[in-house]
Design a protein around this ligand. Sequence first.
Ligand SMILES: NC(=O)C1=CN([C@@H]2O[C@H](COP(=O)(O)OP(=O)(O)OC[C@H]3O[C@@H](n4cnc5c(N)ncnc54)[C@H](O)[C@@H]3O)[C@@H](O)[C@H]2O)C=CC1
Ligand SMILES: O=C([O-])C1=[NH+]CCC1
Length: 312
Amino acid sequence: VTEEDARGLLHYRELIPRLEEALGKFSSRESAEVIQPVRSTVYCWLKLVHFSRFLGLMPTYMENDGVLSTKLVCFYNRGAGSTLPSVSATVVLLDPESGNVKAVMDGEVITKMRTAGASAISAKLLMRPGAEVLAILGTGQQALSHYNAFTEMFSFKEVRVWNHRREAAEKFRCSVGGPVTVCSSVEEAVNGADVIVTATRSTEPVLYGQWVKPGAHVAAVGACRPDWRELDDVLMKEAVVYADSRDGAMVESGDVILSGVEVFAELGDVINGTKPAHREKITVFKSLGMGVEDAVSAKLVYDQWKAKTSNL
Ligand SMILES: NC(=O)C1=CN([C@@H]2O[C@H](COP(=O)(O)OP(=O)(O)OC[C@H]3O[C@@H](n4cnc5c(N)ncnc54)[C@H](O)[C@@H]3O)[C@@H](O)[C@H]2O)C=CC1
Ligand SMILES: O=C([O-])C1=[NH+]CCC1
């Protein structure tokens, strides 16, 4: 199933409810609902030098949904000159009865859309009512999918973007459909913002607590290794911290591990009503990405692809 197929078959209005259901099932910790270990990761060293490159393996089994899958995802921090994507991914969908491969599908569209979909769910649950200003830090693939999901789901009065290379932010502004304000600094972009998405390849903090307004919601998408940061300690300590997976965050998130904060709840706990949504406080949703999100997205793509191709 190609990238083009997946792009034509995945839509936020169908995907987001499935993701919400899957996150709730994950946090219920019932084994028939979801078996999904923390991603297994190997760094791809080069001549014994440690570069920011890794391969992640993300197996998932959802007995009640009849889904068995794994994603193979490579994150390569290639630098500004490269035309190749930072994330390349393939999802393998298997038949849970026989163990046979049912489909091998592009995982890049799935990764972009399910990540933005999970962040949109976090905003729906954790941002203050009447949120008006969205700020997006980074202008790559995730920034674009977050722009698309957030502008489709919510009605912000202003969308601001910032990139460490201003020309990339200008390019982003020209490529999207709606109005976008390009900002010269992170501080300018997040000043008074109600919702902030951090989607950079940075390994050092880019967002500082002193700039974030009380009650703002931060969807933190980057910094997916234990020694990488996007958020500073002040922000992490002031915020109520939610994660997609508590176990994942304790193993993979530099922002959580190095700041020493506790994950207050998983997003699924809020969905299940077992933990409260502290909309009145600064909230951080630390997203690492989960196999269960890929599994339900892949099933959605596959079922529609099968229906379409069997009609040919
Ligand atoms: N939470 C999740 O489920 C997922 C997280 N990610 C993470 O999201 C982040 C963004 O991924 P993509 O959009 O695919 O990458 P990308 O390469 O398309 O975009 C990265 C953006 O970060 C900017 N950037 C690079 N170095 C920077 C620095 N030192 N400081 C500030 N900005 C910098 C780039 O100019 C670019 O705008 C990555 O950290 C990736 O690991 C990616 C997929 C899923
Ligand atoms: O969940 C995912 O696919 C990824 N998380 C970080 C890089 C890729």
